[in-house]
Structure formats: C-alpha cells, structure tokens
Design a protein around this ligand. Structure first.
Ligand SMILES: C[S@@+](CC[C@H](N)C(=O)[O-])C[C@H]1O[C@@H](n2cnc3c(N)ncnc32)[C@H](O)[C@@H]1O
Length: 252
C-alpha cells in the first residue's frame, strides 16, 4: 500500500512531475504562473505559501525584489535551495529565502510586509494573509476542487475531497465571506478545468501514487480499478483525466 505523504515525495522527486508528459488541453485562457508573473514588479516583496520544490515557480518569480518560499516540509525547502542554485543566476539567487513554517498558524512576518502573497494547491490562513499584505497588496491562489478527477474518484469510491463534494460550493462561499469581512477591496473567484491525456498506464499510475488525488494506492486492489478506468477513458489522444481547479485573485 502506498500512502501519500509530502515527505516521501519530496525526497524522491520534489513536487516536480517532469518525468511524466501528458498532453494538456486548456479550454480557457488561465495560467496561474502567468497571473503571478503579471503581478510582479521589480519592487515586489512576495511570499509563496506551500511552495513545494519550486522548479517552475522560481523561474516565474525571479523578477521580484525579494521572494520568501514557505513550506512545512524541510525536504521540499532543501529542493527549493537546489533549484534556485540550478536554475537562477547568482544575482537572482540572492532574492530568494526559504522559511520552514505551518501556513495554518500565525505567520512570523510583520504586518503589511508583502506586496504579493501566492499559494498554489496549499491554501492558507486568510486572516494572516490579509495581515501580512500591504494595502493594495495582491493575493493569488490556485486550489484543487473536490471534483478534480471526479470520474476517477467515482470509480475508486474515494479521493481527495470526495466525501465533501456537496459542500465545495459552501466552502468557497465561506472563503469569500471571510474575505468580505476582512475588507479585501477586490475579490475574484474563477472556476476552471483542463484536460490531461496520459500516454500509458505507467504515467497515470505515477501521478496517482505521488499525489493526494486518491489519498493512497493499494496495488492489491487498485490496479484492477485503474485498468477499468483506462478502458472507459481511453481516447485517440490518450487516457483522459479531467482536472478541476479554482483560483482566487484578491486585492487588499
Ligand atoms: C500540492 S503541493 C504544491 C506545491 C507548489 N505550491 C506547487 O504548486 O508546485 C503542496 C505543498 O504544500 C506544503 N504544505 C502542506 N501543508 C502545509 C502547511 N500547513 N504549511 C505549509 N506548507 C504546507 C506541502 O509540503 C507541499 O510542498
């Protein structure tokens, strides 16, 4: 039985999925890293909450003045340091710092310190995010919807957020209510999806054994269910997997 946890994945590969190469179709013009890159100016001091190993992020953030990469998994932060050194120039490297912390707790930063706070697939404590943002500061997040990979979760009868499918709308509304109460001046929520097509079973299984999508993978029973999924979802382009996400763009 492979039980998902960030420590093992961080040790093995970080949060990089470069070894699999599904074909990706984006039906809408939304790309998180582009949104973030557009919000970065040469004066920007920014925080990435639940930064993972940062392979993609550090490239997109390198125009900022200062970047703090925060995660509660030391192995992820070790990877961030390696990636910063591998990918960026010495001058760009100087802008990056790592911080080991739990983003659900009080953040160890002064009030109104950041111009930009970002979080991709990690969430965060909205009260703290509001507190550490400057007036006019921006928060950009992308999160995984409970309905992400729904067709797969239905077949397995489990998965991340699967038990709470009905409450997803309410959960998003609760976040909006908190943001309204905090007095964010601009609150935008975008729901979107994209489609991945996997070239073979091995690549899809690689994803499912290294992410929380199914929460765990039991090879004694799950290989059979995966075969069934593949049978039902194989197309000319590959094995189809529908990814459903949502993104917030807030201004303090
Ligand atoms: C799904 S990964 C996303 C990584 C990265 N943001 C990306 O999109 O590539 C979630 C990351 O959040 C971190 N994380 C989970 N819970 C956290 C918490 N309470 N505080 C800080 N980091 C957390 C994990 O260690 C992991 O690196």
């Amino acid at each position: 039985m492979i039980k998902f946890n960030y420590k093992d994945v961080a040790k093995e590969q970080g949060w990089s999925f470069n070894s699999i190469n599904p074909l990706v179709e984006y039906p809408i013009d939304y790309f998180y890293y582009k949104e973030v890159a557009n919000a970065i100016k040469p004066t920007t001091i920014m925080l990435d909450i639940g930064c993972g190993s940062g392979e993609k992020a550090v490239r997109y953030f390198s125009n900022a003045k200062k970047v703090i990469m925060l995660d509660n998994e030391p192995e992820m932060l070790k990877r961030v340091v390696q990636n910063v050194e591998k990918i960026l120039t010495p001058k760009e490297q100087e802008k990056f710092e790592t911080k080991l912390a739990n983003c659900d707790a009080k953040l160890d930063f002064k009030d109104e310190y950041f111009d930009l706070v970002v979080s991709r697939h990690c969430g965060g404590n909205m009260n703290e995010i509001y507190r550490v943002l400057k007036k006019g500061g921006i928060y950009i997040s992308e999160d995984v919807d409970h309905e992400d990979c729904l067709e797969l979760k239905e077949l397995f009868g489990r998965g991340q957020g699967y038990k709470n499918l009905k409450s997803q709308k309410l959960e998003k509304q609760k976040i909006i209510n908190v943001c309204v109460d905090l007095k964010f001046t601009n609150i935008e929520l975008k729901n979107f999806h994209y489609i991945e097509y996997y070239p073979n079973k091995e690549q899809l299984k690689y994803l499912l054994t290294r992410t929380p999508i199914l929460e765990y993978y039991d090879e004694n029973t799950d290989d059979v269910i995966l075969e069934k999924y593949i049978e039902q979802n194989t197309t000319d382009k590959g094995i189809k997997l529908v990814r459903r996400l949502y993104a917030f763009h807030l201004v303090k």
